[in-house]
Design a protein around this ligand. Sequence first.
Ligand code: NAD
Length: 407
Amino acid sequence: MNNPFENALVQLDKAAKIMNLDKNIHETLKYPDRVLMVSVPVQMDNGETKVFSGFRSQYNNALGPYKGGIRYHQNVSLDEVKALSFWMMVKCATVNIPMGGGKGGIIVNSKELSESELERMSRVYIQKIWRNIGSQIDVPAPDMYTTPKIMGWMLNEFEKLLGHADPGAITGKAIADGGSAGRETATAQGGVYVVRELAKKLGLKPAETTVAVQGMGNVGGFMAKILRGDGYKIVAMSDSKGGVYSENLNLEALFKHKEETGSVQNLEGTQNVTNAELLELPVDILVPAAMENQITKDNVNKIKAKVIVEMANGPTTPEADEILKQNGVVVVPDVLANAGGVATSYFEWVQNVKNEKWTEVEVFAKLEPLMIKAFDEVWETKEKYSIDLRTAAFVKAIERVASKMKH
Ligand code: NAD
């Protein structure tokens, strides 16, 4: 696998060339504004101290405070957080929210920590970075293996050090801690708004359009249910153990079967498929909503879907992306398709800094036009330069960042 930050820079160069980006801005955008590297000493339950490595990359804040999650994972690295913070800059700018790009992480297998060790680690991480975060500086959020509860500990530690409340300093909190209504389904709902616009452009009729969804978590589960509500034919779904396929898939029965047996497989009237097979099914729309690097140069030529909606982050490798383009597959990139999540984190931030509380109806009434406008602008950019949707999203986003950097 390539270095993710090198991949990000290749994407930057590609967009810069198409849009004829000012060379000084291009050069500046090759580097994060600031990267914090901190040691995180944690007193373990046995009394011994274990030291973890933590990072926070603040890529660019031309459009607003840095924004992005904090990941707890063994594979976290300096280059990974730099790349992820670059992609957050692109994602926020693609949907035109006034936030910059940031990302953080700790190298840790959090499953090996007790809850009290996890809490102490989260608090020490904040003690190390607190002077460089805040609602007007840098706004962390959850990412892989971090949760609303962890965000609550982090905000509590931050406000203790700061000496006053600043609830907008961290988003993705539980509702009781100042989180936003609608956040749970926002990413899926945002993806559905995008699918609706795409269907208009491509002339897809829901009742005649089949969909396979990989992943049944927060994103894939809700996405399937909302699309089905729109009349789409969901014919395949999977979780980490595998999936099922049927022209007449009954979603209620599927979710019930998963709850009862712990798996979606062996549901009566369906055919078991592996996760690899699900990607290659003869469907109209494929929705990867589980993990990164699922569509690679090894399976890309077996993909039969005409449209791929990237709800997971980074499900398509750069080599596969190039081949999909040659094969005429329309790929809605992650920075657009799943941006309903960060847009709703921004809404949480707005509510916190203005001391307001919106209902779910109010949140979605703001999310829908935001996603539709972003889709239309990316589509126009694609037409203007005759490029794919991913490159168009990068061009549109970098245009916005660059125009603010000129001031
Ligand atoms: P989740 O943990 O709720 O669900 C993940 C799902 O993927 C589960 O159903 C799991 O069984 C399945 N899965 C795990 N390994 C798999 C494998 N090897 N093959 C197939 N399925 C597998 O996670 P989520 O919040 O739904 O996130 C899914 C993806 O969407 C991730 O890439 C995440 O980064 C991205 N994303 C999530 C949000 C959000 O708001 N939750 C926002 C933007 C992007």
